[in-house]
Structures are given as C-alpha cells and as structure tokens.
Design a protein around this ligand. Structure first.
Ligand SMILES: [Zn+2]
Length: 343
C-alpha cells in the first residue's frame, strides 16, 4: 500500500512537470500515462493486491491521478508543436485582422463617371433607357427610315422570334424617349451599353459603351455646341488640348461634324497613335435634324438643339494608352489591377 502511494506521488510529479521533444507531445503523454499499456492502467492493475479495507481509499487516490493526467493531456492537445498555447492565438484580439482583397473600378466605369460628372457641372442630367429596343426608337425616329443606307453601318442583333426588336446600336434611343415625353427644355446625357454586329478585333467589338448628349431649348446654336464641347475637353484632357471640327454626315443631325483633339501623346507633332496627323477623333456631333424633332412631336420652328456622342472605350484608350479594345471585357486581373489607384 505504502509503496503504491509513493508510486502515485511520483507519477503526480512526473505528470505536472511533463515535457517532451516529441513532434506530438500530447500523444506521447497519452501513451505514457493514459494508454492501455500506460502507467495509470498498470497502477489500477495493482488494486487487486490491496487489502479490502484500503481499497476504497486507493481507488480515490488513483482516480485523482487519472483526472490530473486527463487535464494535463487536454492542455497538451491545445498546444502547438512549438509548445505555444493554441488557445491564446485564437483569442489574441490585438492581432491585425485578415485583409480583404480590395477590388478596383473598371477603367470604363472610371471614365464614364468622369464624363458624367463634367457634364453634370454644366447642368446636364443623366437619362437611361432600354438596351432592347424597337425599330422606331433606334432607327426610324432618328431620320433613319427603313432601307436608309446608313443603317448598314449599324448592323446589330435582332430578337429571332420577333425581328421588330433589336439590341440598340447607340444610346440615341434614350434621346428619342426623352423628347417624346414633351418636357422642354431638355438637357441630358445618356451613358450606356450599345451593340453592333462587328467582327471582334483590337479596334472593334460586338458591344461597347457610349455617352450621348442632347440639349434642346429656344435658340440653341452651333456656338453652344462648340462651347460645351470645349469645356468638356478641357476638363477631361487638360487646358492645353486643342480641338477642331470637321464637316461630316449623320442622318439625325444637320449640320454634322466630327470633333478631333490634338494628340495626347505627341502634342500634335505626329506619332503612331494619331497616325502622324497630330489629331485624334473623339466624337461626332451636330444640330438635331428638324425631322427628328418633328418625329418626337417637338415644334422645329420654335425649338432647336444639339446632340453629340462618343465611345467611352475610345476615350479610355486615349487616356490610358490602351491599344486593344478586347482587354476591357476579358476580365484579366493583370490588366484590371493597374487601375486600383484610379478613381
Ligand atoms: Zn500623336
């Protein structure tokens, strides 16, 4: 009995001061003390040699020893291989949190927002409309009747079950819808996605983004158009940029013009971006054709207006020196991450 009690005392000391160089100290401890061939099992085995009157007391002593070993084992399980308590790591509130990956705005969104905010400063409101459109709002109301040759340049995608419906080729359909509401004057810009049936290449895609503008009131002149676009170009590209207008043709404006800006790369001296002309085209514009006003139930003898339209991709490519239009829709993170600091 006394020998056994001494053995138990020794075991208690050993348990309390247990340490191991084993890769898994908790498992080494379990085998040494709590396993089927462990120390506690073998001490239990000694019970049969204890006299009946001492057996109860011995049972209590051995049970205490077992509880002590189990508690120690639990502690060891909570330690990692370096002997550091795992539980402390889980509860250390002073550690910095896991960083969430921060996304960036798409370059098209950055430039779109920029364009919108510049025109908002001039009092233009933002108008939006459907991307699936009928023939009237996309073509006919805009002085592009059926069989008009200019329709060929804007081939698009039609809804096969009902070819009267198509994907809009420009955001001018929003202009038509705003004019039809009959609330004058109108001063809006229409940003949005548009579609063309084009072969996909570095310079063309089957969808892209536009911002169009429309201003209709009494006595709106070409001078108003020019001044508005001057303001836009200066705000968008800087004070030093020059602009020029070239006569052009659009069915929905008369007179019509295309607007160029001096090349951002070479400053007008000539380079590959401007094809050695010193100028790059950025938008089309003109005075709204009287037929378009009349189609939208606006009295063309009383009201006049101007309209313009630009591709957001084109502006973005010029601004950030992007050479391939396809990059905008490929979702390549190596490309998109470069705009993380742009706002
Ligand atoms: Zn150039």
């Amino acid at each position: 009995m006394d020998d056994l009690l001494k053995l138990v005392e020794n075991s208690k000391e050993e348990i309390k001061s247990f340490s191991s160089t084993d890769k898994n100290p908790a498992e080494a401890f379990r085998i040494r003390f709590l396993g089927t061939k462990g120390l506690i099992k073998s001490l239990m085995g000694e019970m049969k040699n204890i006299s009946a009157e001492n057996r109860k007391q011995m049972g209590l002593v051995l049970n205490d020893l077992k509880l002590l070993a189990e508690k120690k084992h639990e502690e060891l399980v909570m330690m990692n291989a370096n002997g550091q308590p795992l539980i402390d790591k889980a509860l250390d509130l002073t550690l910095p949190g896991d960083a969430l990956p921060l996304g960036s705005r798409h370059p098209i969104s950055i430039v779109r927002n920029r364009i919108v905010s510049i025109f908002q400063r001039l009092g233009f409101g933002v108008a939006e409309g459907p991307e699936i459109e009928d023939d009237w709002h996309n073509f006919t109301a805009l002085n592009l009747p059926e069989n008009h040759p200019a329709r060929d340049m804007q081939d698009t995608f039609y809804v096969s079950q009902n070819p009267a419906w198509m994907l809009r080729t420009h955001t001018s359909n929003v202009q038509v819808r705003e004019m039809e509401k009959g609330k004058l004057p109108i001063r809006i810009i229409c940003p949005g996605r548009v579609y063309r049936n084009e072969t996909i290449s570095a310079r063309a895609h089957c969808f892209f983004h536009q911002v169009e503008g429309l201003y209709i009131a009494n006595n709106v002149s070409f001078a108003d158009l020019k001044q508005t676009l001057y303001f836009f170009v200066n705000a968008m590209f800087g004070e030093k940029i020059k602009i020029r207008f070239r006569p052009s043709y659009f069915p929905f404006t008369e007179p019509s013009a295309e607007m160029d800006i001096s090349c951002l790369i070479c400053g007008g001296e000539g380079c590959s971006v401007c094809k050695h002309t010193g100028w790059v085209e950025i938008l089309g514009c003109g005075m709204v054709h009287p037929n378009v006003l009349e189609n939208c139930r606006i009295d063309s003898s009383q009201y006049s207006g101007f309209a313009f339209g630009m591709g957001i991709e084109r502006i973005t490519m010029l601004k950030y020196q992007i050479k391939d239009l396809r990059l905008f829709s490929e979702n390549d993170l190596r490309f998109l991450k470069q705009f993380i600091s742009a706002v």
